[in-house]
Design a protein around this ligand. Structure first.
Ligand code: ADP
Ligand code: MG
Length: 393
């Protein structure tokens, strides 16, 4: 990557404003998924080893400029402390005299987590004065909040206007892997696309269909493709105003010898009451039944189509994976990716990452992104404001 990183600068004794994405959920005091915290540790350790004084900043949820008690960052600080085995102090504010005193008091290697930055409406408004107030706490801005890099908010793009900005190790890794898919990928390139809405996936489809050799489509978005084939999809969700777009992609694949589009051959359906659940051919969907997952033959098709790939990107679950047994297709795709050897596998999307975790194969995936919207934006070939805000090497 051509951006300056923490490896390129002097860090000892410097106050670092480290923007991370700790937008995590709790059930009571228990954190539900700490993937994002764990992924930020290499940067934190690097900065500590170099004797930097670390001021962490993150948002949580959508407090819309208000103080929301459940969205305070103190539980995050506590969990991070236990992961790091060292104290991470929680500051009850993000700016102002107490933030100044607490950050001034940091010794080299010490950590402080500022309060949820979205308690200030100025954060999402990308207010310059607010950005300046945040920047005044530190000497250097380090961006590691990949999950928020597609947002032009004050702590993402504003702060590095006032103090020098560099990337952290997570941001660097995210961009490195996601651009392995978009920029000159090791061919053949496969794309597995799912999720609920085809309208949200048209940009990635149109961008990657010019680069990919194989595109496997599952999930709710496949319904629109099936409908475009003239198949009766019963009571399944489909975007009927996107049938033309699906048709265009199918035509592109039909015209190009070097692009294979794999659509579901069979699907798992359920009746409205949820009592009947069965796998059927896509040509045998009774009225009112809904498609909720890809079927076993389709899983086999995807496995066979993906086997020769050198690079594979996956975004979007293959079905309504939050509910058993409609998670079978997504877990199978996770396993297919994990079992491939010498293939660069890149997974993006919040729910897709959850499926990888549920399948227990995180270790066997080359890169599972911490960002949903941001990873999609990169896979669509678009730039990220949070990256643009940082100076080149
Ligand atoms: P990601 O967060 O990984 O980018 P999306 O947000 O695009 O993924 O899509 C995830 C959602 O799509 C999940 O909530 C899942 O239940 C839903 N989904 C996928 N396939 C279907 C389907 N056939 N019917 C209903 N919902 C589906
Ligand atoms: Mg999602």
């Amino acid at each position: 990557m051509n951006k300056k990183s923490i490896r390129d600068i002097e860090l000892y004794g410097k106050k670092i404003f480290l923007r991370v994405d700790y937008n995590v959920q709790f059930s009571g005091d228990r954190i539900l998924d700490d993937h994002r915290l764990r992924e930020s540790i290499p940067t934190i350790q690097y900065l500590r080893d170099k004797g930097a004084r670390i001021i962490l900043c993150s948002h949580r949820g959508r407090p819309a400029g208000q103080i929301v008690e459940e969205l305070r960052n103190d539980l995050v600080a506590k969990h991070l402390s236990s992961l790091l085995g060292t104290v991470v102090k929680a500051c009850p504010v993000s700016i102002g005299p107490q933030a100044q005193d607490d950050t001034d008091a940091l010794e080299p290697g010490e950590l402080l987590l500022l309060e949820n930055v979205r308690f200030h409406a100025e954060e999402e408004d990308n207010d310059d004065v607010f950005a300046q107030q945040l920047a005044s706490l530190a000497d250097i801005y380090v961006s590691d909040a990949f999950g928020t890099a597609h947002r032009a908010h004050a702590s993402v793009v504003g702060v590095p206007k006032y103090i020098p900005g560099v990337t952290g190790l997570l941001l660097e890794r995210e961009v490195e892997y996601l651009t392995k898919v978009t920029d000159d990928p090791q061919k053949p390139l496969g794309l597995v696309l799912g999720g609920a809405k085809v309208s949200e996936k048209l940009s990635i489809l149109s961008f990657l269909s010019d680069r990919a050799d194989v595109i496997c489509v599952g999930g709710g978005i496949a319904n629109t493709f099936l409908a475009a084939q003239g198949i009766d999809i019963g009571g399944s969700l489909a975007e009927h105003d996107r049938i033309d777009d699906a048709f265009l992609i199918m035509r592109k694949a039909a015209e190009r010898d070097d692009l294979k589009l794999v659509l579901p051959r069979d699907v798992v359906i359920s009746d409205p009451s949820g009592e009947i659940i069965e796998a059927v051919s896509v040509n045998r969907i009774p009225p009112e039944f809904r498609i909720l997952d890809i079927g076993p033959e389709t899983i086999d098709d995807f496995r066979a189509a993906l086997a020769p790939m050198s690079t594979i990107a996956w975004n979007g679950p293959m079905g309504f994976f939050e509910r058993e047994p409609f998670d079978v297709g997504s877990l199978a795709v996770a396993k297919i990716l994990a079992d491939l050897q010498n293939v660069t596998t890149v997974v993006g999307g919040g729910e897709t990452a959850a499926a990888i975790n549920r399948a227990g194969v995180l270790e066997d995936i080359s890169h599972c992104s911490t960002g949903g919207g941001a990873s999609l934006q990169l896979l669509e070939g678009r730039i990220l404001p949070g990256l643009e805000a940082l100076p080149d090497k």
